[in-house]
Design a protein around this ligand. Sequence first.
Ligand code: GLU
Length: 474
Amino acid sequence: MASESSTPTGEVVTRFAPSPTGFLHIGGARTALFNWLYARHHGGRTLLRIEDTDAKRSTQEAIDAIIEGLDWMGLDYDAPPLFQSDRAERHAEVAWQLLKAGHAYKCFATPEELEAMREEQRALKKPLRYDGRWRDRDPAEAPAGAPFTIRLKTPEAGETTIHDRVQGAVTVKNEELDDYIILRADGTPTYMLAVVVDDHDMGVTHVIRGDDHLNNAFRQLPIIRAMNDIEGGWPDPIYAHIPLIHGSDGAKLSKRHGALGVEAYRDEFGILPEALFNYLLRLGWGHGDREEITREEAVALFDLGGVGKSPSRFDMKKLENLNGHYLREAENARLAALVAARIGEGADEALLARAMPVLKVRAKNLNEVVEGAGFLFAKRPLAMTEKAASLLEGDARPILRKIYEALRGENDWTSEALEATTKALAEEQGLGLGKLAQPMRAALTGTTTSPGIFDVLVLLGRDEALARLDAQAA
Ligand code: GLU
């Protein structure tokens, strides 16, 4: 079978390169996941680069949230994160190398002059592009000491084709690419230059990112090819531009659809990391119609061939269904710790762990587990939901008294024994078991939905259970 890598050593190196201007939203998390999986599948390395060159919009809070979010999802990196802002000197060095070798040139056009140029283009309804006015001009013609930018000499004729692993062959006419700035007048590098230099220096072989960057690839490649021409060792990376995630209505994902930081899924929605991992994997990548895929299976199976070309739709219901599956699979002690932390003061982790087998089976998220666990820690007199209160009307309270008396005589406080005793009482009274179970549920939990009523009795323990029944019995 042909190797997917075209690098001489065959090593795969991927990277996730978030701009810390916001949290790690799910689109970014999926890009990170695909990069991580691709590298792990091929036994390669995966790296993290924080693209923090936009000092005004980058925040430490966002950097922390991104790193924490990746960690929570179990995406680990093979080197400490690289901060793009630390590397401005190196970026500038490459700009000067390109200039010296004639692949770039100094542009002395003033901002006013460039604005006038664009004004004219607008008036003529032409695309707004730098017109190359300094490309072939002698820098000696510029006034002494005049500020300049360094612009890349992009190819003027022909076309460039990228064989993208997801998008297929994509071709752009070179005349559409203008000679853009790689080094600003103040000596700082532009984003387009920084990305290319960092990818090279990090040894990145595969650039897997959102397809909103596909156009950038055509602008970045000329730098790569020029540097390869100058010093060699700058192969074209393999590109894979993955379609963006859309909302369930097909529109571009926004906050309204759930384009929130992964921490919102963790904290607000009570999603487990393995569920988000599995969901994001399936969002845009498929392996037959398998829905549930573990981390290990994902590493074994992932490849770029399975990534679809059309945007995928985010579906909270599907995420919650997967989450329900992973809740049922998760260790009870782990869930008990998570739920105890959410409940805060008064939560009994050991009790939660014992209750977890019956609590988690019905829940789709941790909030529902917390809700379901509420009866364990409720204080007498129990607050009643309206529905629960209605179950205590009519002859319910006298029946509860009989139940209380019968259970008080029960020495074997196990769900089997309690069930047998309650059934015997129901028969003796000529009532269906439901007629007894409903007021019991109300009295024991204050609600109308709970785990099986005999499990509830056991979890509460003899004293507390009897006290709750007694409190509502007439
Ligand atoms: N920093 C860019 C972003 O967050 C990604 C750049 C890249 O992957 O090349 O969208």
